[in-house]
Design a protein. Structure first.
Length: 237
């Protein structure tokens, strides 16, 4: 009997025995017998589709994504940062294989030249939780300073107006790219993950921000930051 998604136990740490890999012949992530969360599936598939040589995760937590990406793309440099020393200690215990690739980093602080750059920089349910003053804008600006080609935002799109925020940052000179291009990665046949690129890329263009999960036409820009994410943020964690 097939299980509903609510009954699955998501596979947090992938293994070769799961028969999970990126099939370059069809440009698609194959998950074998692993139950990969749609958020994670999108990130892993995007990395394969864009063929980047370096990746940086903002808010890497316990390091599961660093480990999984290293397994899927051993030729790719994968690093990450987190502002919690407790999380980094947990990472060393849970995923010691990637401990040297993780660093202490508060993405809301002024940009540091000690932070490593990467072709693709992504966040997964991180920026949606930043709701103090303009801290999430600082975080976004820093992500673009780190990214050489792509910024992937796997977030609750009802928490912040991410496209409008990126446009405002770019127009205000806070993003050094000549232009920003908004793309979308599809999962299950529907728009699922926002991808911003320095140059046009092979992913579909984003036609309507409000087609993304949980994004609602509710005047996000006019709502207090503390109220933007209360309704369903847990659905994107």
């Amino acid at each position: 009997m097939a299980l509903s998604s609510s009954e699955w136990t998501w596979t947090a740490i992938l293994a070769l025995t799961n028969r999970v890999y990126y099939d370059r012949d069809v440009a698609e992530l194959k998950v074998g017998d692993a139950f990969v969360h749609p958020n994670h599936h999108s990130i892993y598939d995007i990395v394969g589709k864009l063929g980047v040589t370096s990746v940086f995760e903002v808010g890497c937590g316990g390091g599961d994504h660093l480990r999984n990406l290293h397994l899927l793309y051993p030729e790719t440099t994968v690093r990450g940062g987190d502002r919690s020393t407790e999380q980094l200690r947990f990472l060393k215990q849970r995923n010691p294989e990637v401990a040297e690739q993780a660093m202490l980093q508060d993405i809301t602080m002024p940009f540091s030249t000690q932070w490593p750059k990467a072709e693709l920089v992504y966040s997964q349910a991180v920026i949606m939780h930043i709701k103090t003053a303009v801290s999430h804008l600082n975080a976004l600006a820093n992500m673009f300073k780190l990214a050489e080609k792509y910024v992937v935002l796997m977030e609750n799109y009802g928490c912040h107006p991410f496209v409008d925020d990126v446009k405002r940052l770019h127009e205000g000179g806070h993003i050094g790219w000549n232009d920003v291009h908004f793309h979308v990665h599809h999962h299950g046949g529907r728009p699922y993950c926002l991808v911003v690129s320095k140059e046009p890329c092979l992913l579909a263009l984003l036609d309507d921000y409000f087609e993304l999960p949980l994004a609602k036409k509710n005047s996000l820009l006019n709502r207090p930051l503390s109220l933007r994410c209360r309704t369903a943020e847990g659905e994107r964690v």
